[in-house]
Design a protein around this ligand. Structure first.
Ligand SMILES: *Cc1c(COP(=O)(O)O)cnc(C)c1O
Length: 422
Protein backbone atom coordinates (compact mmCIF):
# COMPACT_ATOMS: atom_id res chain seq x y z
CA UNK A 1 0.00 0.00 0.00
CA UNK A 2 1.37 3.40 -0.88
CA UNK A 3 0.11 6.97 -0.69
CA UNK A 4 -0.24 9.10 -3.79
CA UNK A 5 3.10 9.87 -5.38
CA UNK A 6 5.08 12.75 -3.88
CA UNK A 7 5.41 15.74 -6.19
CA UNK A 8 9.10 16.03 -5.22
CA UNK A 9 9.97 13.24 -7.67
CA UNK A 10 8.21 14.95 -10.57
CA UNK A 11 9.35 17.71 -12.95
CA UNK A 12 9.06 21.25 -11.51
CA UNK A 13 6.01 22.28 -13.56
CA UNK A 14 3.92 19.16 -12.88
CA UNK A 15 0.27 19.76 -11.97
CA UNK A 16 -1.78 16.82 -10.69
CA UNK A 17 -5.57 16.80 -11.00
CA UNK A 18 -8.14 14.09 -10.27
CA UNK A 19 -7.97 12.52 -13.70
CA UNK A 20 -4.87 13.82 -15.47
CA UNK A 21 -1.33 15.12 -15.08
CA UNK A 22 0.12 18.07 -16.89
CA UNK A 23 3.79 18.90 -17.29
CA UNK A 24 4.90 22.17 -18.84
CA UNK A 25 1.22 23.00 -19.22
CA UNK A 26 0.64 19.97 -21.46
CA UNK A 27 -1.71 17.10 -20.59
CA UNK A 28 0.01 13.72 -20.52
CA UNK A 29 -3.17 12.00 -21.77
CA UNK A 30 -3.15 14.29 -24.80
CA UNK A 31 0.54 13.59 -25.44
CA UNK A 32 -0.16 9.87 -25.39
CA UNK A 33 -3.09 10.35 -27.79
CA UNK A 34 -0.81 12.23 -30.21
CA UNK A 35 2.52 10.42 -29.89
CA UNK A 36 1.70 6.99 -28.48
CA UNK A 37 3.69 4.97 -25.96
CA UNK A 38 6.30 4.35 -24.72
CA UNK A 39 7.13 8.04 -24.57
CA UNK A 40 9.78 10.15 -22.84
CA UNK A 41 8.42 13.54 -21.75
CA UNK A 42 10.96 16.18 -20.64
CA UNK A 43 10.05 19.42 -18.90
CA UNK A 44 12.14 22.17 -20.43
CA UNK A 45 11.73 24.44 -17.39
CA UNK A 46 13.27 21.79 -15.11
CA UNK A 47 16.16 21.22 -17.51
CA UNK A 48 16.88 24.95 -17.80
CA UNK A 49 16.60 25.55 -14.09
CA UNK A 50 19.07 22.74 -13.27
CA UNK A 51 21.50 24.04 -15.92
CA UNK A 52 21.30 27.53 -14.44
CA UNK A 53 21.85 26.17 -10.96
CA UNK A 54 25.00 24.41 -12.19
CA UNK A 55 26.20 27.56 -13.94
CA UNK A 56 25.75 29.56 -10.72
CA UNK A 57 27.23 26.91 -8.40
CA UNK A 58 30.50 26.58 -10.36
CA UNK A 59 32.77 28.71 -12.55
CA UNK A 60 32.63 29.19 -16.30
CA UNK A 61 33.57 25.91 -17.95
CA UNK A 62 31.15 23.80 -15.89
CA UNK A 63 29.79 21.16 -18.27
CA UNK A 64 26.73 19.03 -18.89
CA UNK A 65 27.74 15.35 -19.12
CA UNK A 66 25.97 14.51 -22.36
CA UNK A 67 26.10 10.74 -21.92
CA UNK A 68 23.23 11.06 -19.43
CA UNK A 69 20.89 12.24 -22.20
CA UNK A 70 21.98 13.53 -25.58
CA UNK A 71 20.22 14.88 -28.62
CA UNK A 72 20.80 18.09 -30.58
CA UNK A 73 18.05 19.96 -28.75
CA UNK A 74 19.46 19.02 -25.33
CA UNK A 75 22.99 20.03 -26.33
CA UNK A 76 21.76 23.43 -27.55
CA UNK A 77 19.67 23.94 -24.41
CA UNK A 78 22.65 23.29 -22.10
CA UNK A 79 24.83 25.57 -24.25
CA UNK A 80 22.20 28.36 -24.19
CA UNK A 81 22.15 28.12 -20.40
CA UNK A 82 25.89 28.70 -20.26
CA UNK A 83 27.22 25.17 -19.86
CA UNK A 84 29.95 23.43 -21.81
CA UNK A 85 29.12 19.97 -23.14
CA UNK A 86 31.10 16.86 -22.18
CA UNK A 87 31.45 14.11 -24.74
CA UNK A 88 33.28 10.79 -24.43
CA UNK A 89 33.19 9.40 -27.98
CA UNK A 90 33.31 10.50 -31.61
CA UNK A 91 29.58 9.77 -31.86
CA UNK A 92 28.70 12.11 -29.02
CA UNK A 93 31.08 14.75 -30.42
CA UNK A 94 29.39 14.45 -33.83
CA UNK A 95 25.86 14.99 -32.44
CA UNK A 96 26.98 18.00 -30.40
CA UNK A 97 28.81 19.64 -33.32
CA UNK A 98 25.87 18.96 -35.67
CA UNK A 99 23.58 20.64 -33.13
CA UNK A 100 25.42 23.91 -33.70
CA UNK A 101 27.12 24.10 -30.30
CA UNK A 102 30.51 25.71 -30.99
CA UNK A 103 33.50 23.39 -30.57
CA UNK A 104 35.06 25.82 -28.11
CA UNK A 105 32.31 24.84 -25.63
CA UNK A 106 32.94 21.11 -25.96
CA UNK A 107 35.06 18.99 -23.60
CA UNK A 108 36.38 15.68 -24.90
CA UNK A 109 36.68 12.71 -22.54
CA UNK A 110 37.31 9.03 -23.12
CA UNK A 111 39.58 6.28 -21.85
CA UNK A 112 40.36 5.06 -25.37
CA UNK A 113 40.25 7.98 -27.76
CA UNK A 114 41.09 6.84 -31.26
CA UNK A 115 43.57 8.82 -33.38
CA UNK A 116 40.56 9.92 -35.50
CA UNK A 117 38.64 11.13 -32.45
CA UNK A 118 41.68 13.05 -31.22
CA UNK A 119 42.32 14.54 -34.63
CA UNK A 120 38.71 15.74 -34.88
CA UNK A 121 38.94 17.28 -31.40
CA UNK A 122 42.18 19.03 -32.31
CA UNK A 123 41.14 20.37 -35.71
CA UNK A 124 37.77 21.53 -34.36
CA UNK A 125 39.65 23.26 -31.50
CA UNK A 126 37.53 21.94 -28.65
CA UNK A 127 37.60 23.72 -25.30
CA UNK A 128 39.44 20.96 -23.39
CA UNK A 129 40.71 17.45 -23.95
CA UNK A 130 40.77 15.39 -20.76
CA UNK A 131 43.85 13.19 -21.11
CA UNK A 132 43.41 9.68 -19.68
CA UNK A 133 46.47 7.47 -20.31
CA UNK A 134 50.07 7.31 -21.62
CA UNK A 135 49.04 5.84 -24.99
CA UNK A 136 46.88 8.90 -25.51
CA UNK A 137 49.83 11.11 -24.53
CA UNK A 138 51.85 9.40 -27.26
CA UNK A 139 49.07 9.95 -29.80
CA UNK A 140 48.91 13.61 -28.81
CA UNK A 141 52.67 13.90 -29.21
CA UNK A 142 52.22 12.89 -32.85
CA UNK A 143 49.24 15.17 -33.53
CA UNK A 144 49.77 18.38 -31.56
CA UNK A 145 52.07 21.15 -32.80
CA UNK A 146 52.54 24.82 -31.91
CA UNK A 147 50.29 25.71 -34.86
CA UNK A 148 47.82 22.95 -33.93
CA UNK A 149 47.65 23.42 -30.12
CA UNK A 150 45.35 21.95 -27.47
CA UNK A 151 44.16 22.87 -23.99
CA UNK A 152 43.86 19.94 -21.65
CA UNK A 153 43.22 18.66 -18.16
CA UNK A 154 44.79 15.49 -16.83
CA UNK A 155 42.39 12.89 -15.47
CA UNK A 156 43.66 11.43 -12.23
CA UNK A 157 42.47 8.68 -9.91
CA UNK A 158 42.61 10.06 -6.41
CA UNK A 159 42.19 6.64 -4.75
CA UNK A 160 38.85 7.58 -3.23
CA UNK A 161 36.13 4.95 -2.82
CA UNK A 162 32.83 6.64 -3.57
CA UNK A 163 29.91 5.36 -1.55
CA UNK A 164 27.86 4.04 -4.45
CA UNK A 165 27.25 0.97 -6.64
CA UNK A 166 30.54 -0.69 -7.62
CA UNK A 167 29.71 -0.47 -11.35
CA UNK A 168 29.50 3.33 -11.17
CA UNK A 169 32.51 3.81 -8.87
CA UNK A 170 35.49 5.27 -10.69
CA UNK A 171 37.76 7.02 -8.18
CA UNK A 172 39.42 3.97 -6.60
CA UNK A 173 42.92 2.75 -7.56
CA UNK A 174 41.64 -0.32 -9.43
CA UNK A 175 39.94 1.45 -12.33
CA UNK A 176 40.34 1.84 -16.07
CA UNK A 177 40.09 5.63 -15.84
CA UNK A 178 42.87 8.17 -15.42
CA UNK A 179 46.39 8.32 -14.00
CA UNK A 180 47.06 7.15 -10.46
CA UNK A 181 48.19 9.87 -8.08
CA UNK A 182 49.75 7.49 -5.56
CA UNK A 183 52.04 5.71 -8.06
CA UNK A 184 53.33 9.00 -9.45
CA UNK A 185 51.79 8.36 -12.89
CA UNK A 186 49.74 11.54 -12.64
CA UNK A 187 52.84 13.64 -12.04
CA UNK A 188 54.73 11.91 -14.87
CA UNK A 189 51.83 12.50 -17.26
CA UNK A 190 51.67 16.18 -16.36
CA UNK A 191 55.36 16.75 -16.96
CA UNK A 192 55.39 14.75 -20.22
CA UNK A 193 52.41 16.72 -21.52
CA UNK A 194 54.00 20.02 -20.51
CA UNK A 195 57.04 19.18 -22.62
CA UNK A 196 54.96 18.82 -25.80
CA UNK A 197 54.97 22.09 -27.79
CA UNK A 198 51.38 23.23 -28.28
CA UNK A 199 49.97 21.45 -25.22
CA UNK A 200 48.66 23.67 -22.39
CA UNK A 201 47.85 21.77 -19.21
CA UNK A 202 45.30 23.80 -17.22
CA UNK A 203 44.76 21.44 -14.34
CA UNK A 204 43.57 18.10 -13.09
CA UNK A 205 40.25 16.35 -13.34
CA UNK A 206 38.74 13.41 -11.56
CA UNK A 207 35.34 11.75 -11.45
CA UNK A 208 34.85 9.47 -8.47
CA UNK A 209 31.55 7.86 -9.47
CA UNK A 210 27.83 8.40 -9.92
CA UNK A 211 24.71 8.58 -7.76
CA UNK A 212 26.69 9.89 -4.76
CA UNK A 213 24.58 11.36 -1.96
CA UNK A 214 27.09 12.69 0.53
CA UNK A 215 29.78 15.29 0.04
CA UNK A 216 32.46 13.44 2.06
CA UNK A 217 33.84 11.58 -0.97
CA UNK A 218 34.05 14.84 -2.89
CA UNK A 219 35.94 16.50 -0.01
CA UNK A 220 38.55 13.70 0.02
CA UNK A 221 38.85 13.98 -3.76
CA UNK A 222 39.39 17.73 -3.57
CA UNK A 223 42.09 17.47 -0.93
CA UNK A 224 44.11 15.27 -3.30
CA UNK A 225 43.39 17.38 -6.40
CA UNK A 226 44.24 20.55 -4.46
CA UNK A 227 47.75 19.25 -3.74
CA UNK A 228 48.48 18.73 -7.43
CA UNK A 229 46.82 22.01 -8.34
CA UNK A 230 48.98 23.95 -5.90
CA UNK A 231 52.28 22.28 -6.66
CA UNK A 232 51.86 22.70 -10.41
CA UNK A 233 50.36 26.18 -10.29
CA UNK A 234 47.22 25.12 -12.18
CA UNK A 235 44.27 27.46 -12.68
CA UNK A 236 41.47 24.86 -13.06
CA UNK A 237 40.17 21.98 -10.99
CA UNK A 238 37.34 19.73 -12.12
CA UNK A 239 35.61 17.35 -9.71
CA UNK A 240 33.65 15.50 -12.41
CA UNK A 241 30.00 14.60 -12.03
CA UNK A 242 28.31 12.12 -9.78
CA UNK A 243 25.81 14.05 -7.71
CA UNK A 244 22.97 11.66 -6.85
CA UNK A 245 19.26 12.20 -7.34
CA UNK A 246 16.26 10.79 -5.47
CA UNK A 247 14.54 8.09 -7.54
CA UNK A 248 12.10 6.79 -4.96
CA UNK A 249 10.24 8.16 -1.99
CA UNK A 250 12.38 8.43 1.12
CA UNK A 251 15.57 9.28 -0.78
CA UNK A 252 17.04 12.76 -0.41
CA UNK A 253 19.80 14.19 -2.53
CA UNK A 254 21.65 17.48 -2.13
CA UNK A 255 20.73 20.11 -4.72
CA UNK A 256 23.30 21.22 -7.28
CA UNK A 257 23.57 24.46 -5.31
CA UNK A 258 24.37 22.58 -2.08
CA UNK A 259 26.85 20.38 -3.90
CA UNK A 260 28.62 23.47 -5.29
CA UNK A 261 28.79 24.99 -1.83
CA UNK A 262 30.27 21.77 -0.39
CA UNK A 263 32.89 21.70 -3.16
CA UNK A 264 33.81 25.35 -2.51
CA UNK A 265 34.07 24.75 1.24
CA UNK A 266 36.26 21.72 0.66
CA UNK A 267 38.46 23.69 -1.73
CA UNK A 268 38.89 26.47 0.81
CA UNK A 269 39.68 23.97 3.58
CA UNK A 270 42.25 22.35 1.28
CA UNK A 271 43.91 25.75 0.98
CA UNK A 272 43.20 26.18 -2.70
CA UNK A 273 43.88 29.60 -4.18
CA UNK A 274 40.65 31.55 -4.73
CA UNK A 275 41.64 32.21 -8.36
CA UNK A 276 41.48 28.53 -9.29
CA UNK A 277 38.33 27.89 -11.33
CA UNK A 278 36.20 25.18 -9.72
CA UNK A 279 34.45 23.04 -12.31
CA UNK A 280 32.13 20.06 -12.41
CA UNK A 281 30.30 17.93 -14.95
CA UNK A 282 26.83 17.01 -13.70
CA UNK A 283 24.77 14.72 -15.93
CA UNK A 284 22.11 12.91 -13.92
CA UNK A 285 21.48 15.90 -11.62
CA UNK A 286 20.55 18.01 -14.66
CA UNK A 287 18.28 15.63 -16.56
CA UNK A 288 17.00 12.79 -14.35
CA UNK A 289 14.12 14.51 -12.62
CA UNK A 290 13.12 16.50 -15.70
CA UNK A 291 11.48 13.50 -17.39
CA UNK A 292 8.87 10.82 -16.98
CA UNK A 293 8.37 7.76 -19.17
CA UNK A 294 4.84 6.80 -20.20
CA UNK A 295 3.90 3.19 -20.90
CA UNK A 296 0.64 1.46 -21.74
CA UNK A 297 -0.36 -1.59 -19.73
CA UNK A 298 -0.91 -4.59 -22.01
CA UNK A 299 -1.32 -7.54 -19.66
CA UNK A 300 -1.99 -8.18 -15.98
CA UNK A 301 -1.17 -11.71 -14.88
CA UNK A 302 -1.72 -13.00 -11.36
CA UNK A 303 0.57 -15.93 -10.48
CA UNK A 304 0.79 -17.64 -7.12
CA UNK A 305 3.44 -15.32 -5.67
CA UNK A 306 2.42 -11.96 -7.10
CA UNK A 307 0.79 -10.04 -9.94
CA UNK A 308 2.80 -9.25 -13.07
CA UNK A 309 1.86 -6.11 -14.98
CA UNK A 310 3.43 -5.88 -18.44
CA UNK A 311 3.95 -2.60 -20.29
CA UNK A 312 4.97 -1.82 -23.87
CA UNK A 313 8.62 -0.93 -23.12
CA UNK A 314 11.13 -2.29 -20.62
CA UNK A 315 14.86 -2.91 -20.42
CA UNK A 316 15.32 -1.47 -23.92
CA UNK A 317 14.27 2.03 -22.80
CA UNK A 318 15.37 1.76 -19.16
CA UNK A 319 18.17 -0.73 -18.49
CA UNK A 320 19.03 0.74 -15.08
CA UNK A 321 16.95 -1.69 -12.99
CA UNK A 322 18.67 -4.61 -14.75
CA UNK A 323 22.17 -3.08 -14.65
CA UNK A 324 22.19 -1.63 -11.15
CA UNK A 325 19.07 -2.96 -9.44
CA UNK A 326 17.78 0.62 -9.40
CA UNK A 327 14.37 1.38 -7.95
CA UNK A 328 11.62 3.54 -9.43
CA UNK A 329 8.11 4.63 -8.52
CA UNK A 330 5.04 4.44 -10.76
CA UNK A 331 1.69 6.15 -11.01
CA UNK A 332 -1.38 6.01 -13.21
CA UNK A 333 -1.78 9.25 -15.18
CA UNK A 334 -5.59 9.03 -14.92
CA UNK A 335 -5.49 8.68 -11.12
CA UNK A 336 -2.45 10.64 -9.93
CA UNK A 337 -3.99 11.62 -6.58
CA UNK A 338 -5.36 8.19 -5.69
CA UNK A 339 -4.03 5.88 -2.98
CA UNK A 340 -1.91 3.09 -4.45
CA UNK A 341 -2.91 -0.20 -2.82
CA UNK A 342 -2.35 -2.40 -5.91
CA UNK A 343 1.07 -4.08 -5.62
CA UNK A 344 2.49 -5.46 -8.88
CA UNK A 345 5.80 -6.36 -10.45
CA UNK A 346 6.07 -3.99 -13.40
CA UNK A 347 7.74 -5.76 -16.30
CA UNK A 348 8.55 -5.01 -19.93
CA UNK A 349 7.85 -6.87 -23.16
CA UNK A 350 11.31 -8.39 -23.72
CA UNK A 351 12.06 -12.10 -23.75
CA UNK A 352 13.93 -12.08 -20.45
CA UNK A 353 12.72 -12.90 -16.96
CA UNK A 354 15.06 -10.14 -15.82
CA UNK A 355 13.18 -7.53 -17.85
CA UNK A 356 11.81 -5.84 -14.74
CA UNK A 357 11.17 -2.10 -14.50
CA UNK A 358 9.94 -2.05 -10.91
CA UNK A 359 10.20 -5.05 -8.64
CA UNK A 360 7.39 -3.89 -6.38
CA UNK A 361 5.30 -1.09 -7.89
CA UNK A 362 2.26 0.43 -6.20
CA UNK A 363 -0.67 1.56 -8.32
CA UNK A 364 -4.30 2.59 -7.82
CA UNK A 365 -6.90 -0.17 -7.69
CA UNK A 366 -8.41 1.27 -10.87
CA UNK A 367 -5.34 0.61 -13.05
CA UNK A 368 -6.30 -1.86 -15.78
CA UNK A 369 -5.19 -3.19 -19.15
CA UNK A 370 -5.07 -0.11 -21.37
CA UNK A 371 -4.13 2.30 -18.54
CA UNK A 372 -1.13 4.57 -19.01
CA UNK A 373 1.54 4.24 -16.31
CA UNK A 374 4.25 6.83 -15.71
CA UNK A 375 7.65 6.20 -14.15
CA UNK A 376 9.22 9.42 -12.86
CA UNK A 377 12.93 10.38 -12.73
CA UNK A 378 13.75 8.63 -15.99
CA UNK A 379 15.51 11.53 -17.72
CA UNK A 380 19.05 10.20 -17.19
CA UNK A 381 20.63 7.04 -18.63
CA UNK A 382 17.32 5.81 -20.02
CA UNK A 383 17.11 7.01 -23.60
CA UNK A 384 20.90 7.33 -23.80
CA UNK A 385 21.30 3.65 -22.85
CA UNK A 386 18.31 2.53 -24.92
CA UNK A 387 18.76 -0.42 -27.25
CA UNK A 388 16.87 -2.24 -29.97
CA UNK A 389 16.85 -5.50 -28.08
CA UNK A 390 14.11 -7.77 -29.47
CA UNK A 391 13.93 -5.21 -32.30
CA UNK A 392 11.85 -2.90 -30.17
CA UNK A 393 12.01 0.61 -31.67
CA UNK A 394 13.30 3.41 -29.44
CA UNK A 395 10.53 5.64 -28.02
CA UNK A 396 9.93 9.22 -29.12
CA UNK A 397 11.17 12.07 -26.93
CA UNK A 398 8.95 15.10 -26.33
CA UNK A 399 9.96 18.43 -24.76
CA UNK A 400 7.13 20.39 -23.13
CA UNK A 401 7.13 24.07 -22.23
CA UNK A 402 4.49 26.77 -21.63
CA UNK A 403 1.60 24.64 -22.88
CA UNK A 404 3.40 23.47 -26.02
CA UNK A 405 4.89 20.12 -26.92
CA UNK A 406 7.62 19.51 -29.48
CA UNK A 407 8.99 16.22 -30.62
CA UNK A 408 12.79 16.35 -30.39
CA UNK A 409 13.45 12.72 -31.28
CA UNK A 410 10.84 10.88 -33.30
CA UNK A 411 9.85 7.31 -32.55
CA UNK A 412 12.08 4.81 -34.29
CA UNK A 413 10.40 2.79 -37.03
CA UNK A 414 10.89 -0.74 -38.34
CA UNK A 415 12.37 0.91 -41.46
CA UNK A 416 14.94 2.69 -39.31
CA UNK A 417 15.97 -0.63 -37.83
CA UNK A 418 16.09 -2.35 -41.22
CA UNK A 419 18.31 0.42 -42.66
CA UNK A 420 21.56 -1.27 -41.66
CA UNK A 421 20.86 -4.49 -43.56
CA UNK A 422 23.20 -4.88 -46.54
C1 LIG B 1 29.46 9.91 -16.30
C2 LIG B 1 30.36 11.06 -16.10
C3 LIG B 1 29.85 12.29 -15.63
C4 LIG B 1 28.41 12.46 -15.24
O1 LIG B 1 28.07 11.68 -14.15
P1 LIG B 1 26.64 11.88 -13.45
O2 LIG B 1 26.65 10.87 -12.38
O3 LIG B 1 25.59 11.67 -14.47
O4 LIG B 1 26.61 13.29 -12.93
C5 LIG B 1 30.71 13.35 -15.53
N1 LIG B 1 32.03 13.22 -15.85
C6 LIG B 1 32.55 12.08 -16.29
C7 LIG B 1 33.97 12.01 -16.65
C8 LIG B 1 31.74 10.95 -16.43
O5 LIG B 1 32.27 9.80 -16.85
Amino acid sequence: MASPLLASLLPDTTVLSDDDVSIGGVSLSKLVATYGTPLFVYDEATLRSRCREAREAFDDGVAFASKSFLCGTMARLAFEEGLCIDVATGGELDIVLRSGVPANRVIVHGNNKSPEELELAITEKVHRIIVDNFDEVERLQALVTSSQPIDCLVRVTPGVEAHTHEFVRTGQEDTKFGFSVSTGDARRAISTLRDIPGVSVHGVHSHIGSQIFDAVGFAEEIAILADLTRSDGFDELCVGGGLGVAYVEGEHAPSIREWGRAIRDAARKAGLDANVRLLAEPGRAIVAQAAVTLYRVGAIKPVSARIYMAVDGGMSDNPRPVLYGSGYEAFDIEHPLAQRPFGVRLVGKHCESGDVLIDEAWLPQATHVGSVIATPVTGAYGYSMASNYNRVPRPAVIFVKDGRAREVLRRETFEDMARLEV
